[in-house]
Design a protein around this ligand. Structure first.
Ligand code: HSE
Length: 422
């Protein structure tokens, strides 16, 4: 492991995170880290730093032998991957905040780290100020990590809080999230759940050794949530949150998804408001632990980059212990989930796909039901995200096995009332 005595940094990007780091480093001289050069895309834009710091030439950073650390905080995932690959290949350490790039290129990045032995750290890429990656990597033994449940996107949590507590409408809440520097430059990435599932992809690697592409995970954002859903949540004393969850089932496989979920008032995640993120970990012996902190914004994100830089001083690398040192876990779709669905018309809802439906409200213009679906249905089909249908998981939604005898009786009982109920 190469420890760096002096960190000479070449930084790519000077947006919300880059500028935040620049300011933070000016106040942390004990770190002995200096930004030598910053590569930007748009030289016309006014920057709050001396002009001689900036260049538009990648090679000025990547070919500079004195620069031993590349900090990559740009928006373009493909360009970020090229920069990070070149930096690692030339033996430089890399600190990145590009969650999309990491999620989409994880297998290649794992290989590059193994081939080059260079360190790639990205604590800021998930949950910003919360040190979740290093904790998962170092603290929790593979067999003892029962579940992890988290709010990993600050913007959607901010929007949900502003809409349902401060009564702003969706466009106002989103605009505020953009003005405060929480949202992605393409905010659809936040709103439709892409940012959350990207972060979840590599959190699953550090938690369970699972390496998969984000598009293979079941996910959605908050785009379909309606005022009526919030009213039902209030009636039932729930909050609505965008929750990423992984649960180790009795067969040792992992159930995982990123979906809106009803959260009980006494759940730790109900406490997480605005741009804050939260992570609840359940593990053997330790029981429940709750991590809480700002999940977006300039300084909270820069603080995690700073912590990675400081870890490079003693030669820290991710060992991907759950992947390389233990037997990695497998994802499974072989379980059931209890869901709430609100919709405009029964014709959009394939009722035959449900194991059972335990509550339905068919009279109102906006109808809703609560029922149990095989998770495979969410994985293979997309009707539950279309035609204005809103799916929200219920609290503790995972059902591992269904007693089919009881189920048959139940569906017979329900069949009659259900037919007359709509
Ligand atoms: N858009 C991201 C969020 C920024 O809102 O969480 C932090 O990754």
């Amino acid at each position: 492991m190469e420890a760096h005595k002096q960190l000479t940094i070449g930084m790519f990007g000077f947006g919300v995170v880059g500028e935040g780091l620049y300011k933070v480093l000016q106040q942390t001289s004990s770190l002995r880290a200096e930004i030598k050069r910053v590569c930007i895309k748009n030289p016309e834009k006014k920057r709050n730093a001396p002009p001689e710091l900036f260049t538009t030439e990648r090679d000025e950073l990547l070919n500079d032998a004195e620069i031993n650390v590349i900090v990559e905080v740009i928006d373009d995932a493909d360009a970020a991957f090229q920069i990070v690959s070149r930096a690692l290949t030339s033996g430089k350490s890399v600190v990145s905040a590009s969650k999309k790039m990491i999620a989409e290129h994880l297998p290649a990045l794992l290989q590059l780290q193994q081939q080059t032995g260079a360190s790639l750290l990205y604590e800021s890429a998930a949950c910003a100020s919360i040190p979740v990656i290093r904790n998962l990597e170092e603290y929790y033994d593979n067999d003892l990590l029962h579940s992890i449940k988290a709010i990993v996107n600050g913007s959607t949590n901010f929007i949900l809080t502003k809409m349902f507590e401060d009564k702003l409408d969706f466009p106002q809440a989103l605009m505020l999230a953009q003005q405060l520097g929480f949202a992605e430059s393409n905010p659809a990435l936040d709103v439709e759940g892409w940012d959350a599932v990207n972060k979840w992809t590599f959190l699953l690697t550090h938690a369970y050794g699972i390496v998969d592409h984000p598009t293979h995970l079941v996910f959605n954002g908050i785009q379909n949530i309606q005022a009526g859903d919030a009213a039902v949540a209030r009636e039932k004393h729930y909050e609505i949150k965008l929750v990423a969850q992984a649960i180790k089932l009795r067969n040792g496989k992992v159930a995982s998804y990123v979906l809106p979920q009803f959260v009980k008032h006494d759940d730790h995640l109900a406490f997480v408001k605005n741009e804050y993120n939260g992570v609840v970990i359940e593990s053997g012996f330790a029981d429940k632990q709750f991590f809480y902190g700002k999940g977006a914004g300039s300084f909270p994100t820069a603080s995690a980059v700073l912590s990675d830089l400081s870890a490079l001083r003693y030669g820290y690398k991710y060992e991907y212990k759950k992947l390389y040192h233990h037997r990695p876990h497998e994802l499974t779709s072989d379980f059931y989930v209890r869901v709430y669905l609100s919709f405009n018309n029964w014709k959009y809802i394939p009722r035959e796909k449900f194991e059972w439906i335990e509550e339905w409200h068919a009279d109102e213009e906006r109808k809703y039901l609560i029922g149990v679906l095989p998770f495979l249905e969410l994985k293979n089909e997309s009707w539950w995200k279309q035609n204005g249908t809103s799916l929200i998981l219920t609290p503790d939604p995972v059902i591992e096995e269904i007693d089919t005898r009881k189920l048959k009786m139940r569906s017979l009982e329900l069949a009659g009332s259900f037919d007359t109920g709509i």
